[in-house]
Design a protein around this ligand. Sequence first.
Ligand code: HEM
Length: 246
Amino acid sequence: MNMYVGRIDTTFASLEWAMAELINHPDEMPRLQEEIRAAVRDDDHIIEDHLNKLHYLKLVIKETLRLHPPVPLVPRETVEDAELLGYHVPARTRILVNVWAIGREPTTWERAEEFLPERFAEDVDMDQYMLGQDFTLLPFGAGRRGCPGAGFAMASVELVLANLLYHFNWSLPGGASMVNMDEQGGLAVRLKKTLHLVAMPWCSKTTHACSGQRPQQNSGPSLGPQRAGVPQDVLRLRCWLHSIFS
Ligand code: HEM
């Protein structure tokens, strides 16, 4: 049961934080969309093979996990007495490792409070999200009790985020420009206020519904006589449906 609940909440929280950060950083969102749309080209939907080409997507997810680890406190129990920074810590002391604070530690991370995916650009192994080895970043904990679902979770986040950003352009409703990043605790730490966004369907096929031009014969969804007077958004949505059902 823990595994079932833990995997959904944490994965969902990561996605929500990533979208919120991308909305709050209007330069990052189009940059990532450009990468995804260039990699997918006319395939029209994303498969796992595309993920290997999405370098910047991995940087964005890593930076999201640094600032917003869904599990901010990881529990442990000490096995032997220790002296630490002048304190005596007896064996069998319950401790909570503050993963959130480690990710924002200003002597480790330059401009620690800022969302800067580029900081991970030099990482040697981009698929490596189990970042616990040097204890500077621990979104999945570390050691033998570290999260066994990290690989699965990150593949899911990559795939869903890439799909959301490939198929839609996103904005806040009502002309708002910033998401309030207040946190709320729970099984996983999430945004305090649910993230509501406007999704504008996007399609790579410039020859038919997406561009608002008449579809060429056999080159896309036949929208028939109902095209006249149908709003652009609806046409784009149909175009997107065409891509996901094809
Ligand atoms: C973004 C998504 C996820 C995050 C951030 C995350 C994070 C964590 C963290 C911090 C721990 C504690 C590790 C430690 O004590 O060192 C943990 C444990 C665990 N996670 Fe995840 N997790 C995620 C997704 C998943 C998924 C998808 C699964 C299963 C498919 C999963 C299964 C587990 C299990 C079974 C444990 C307990 C391991 C143990 O106690 O030995 N997690 N996770």
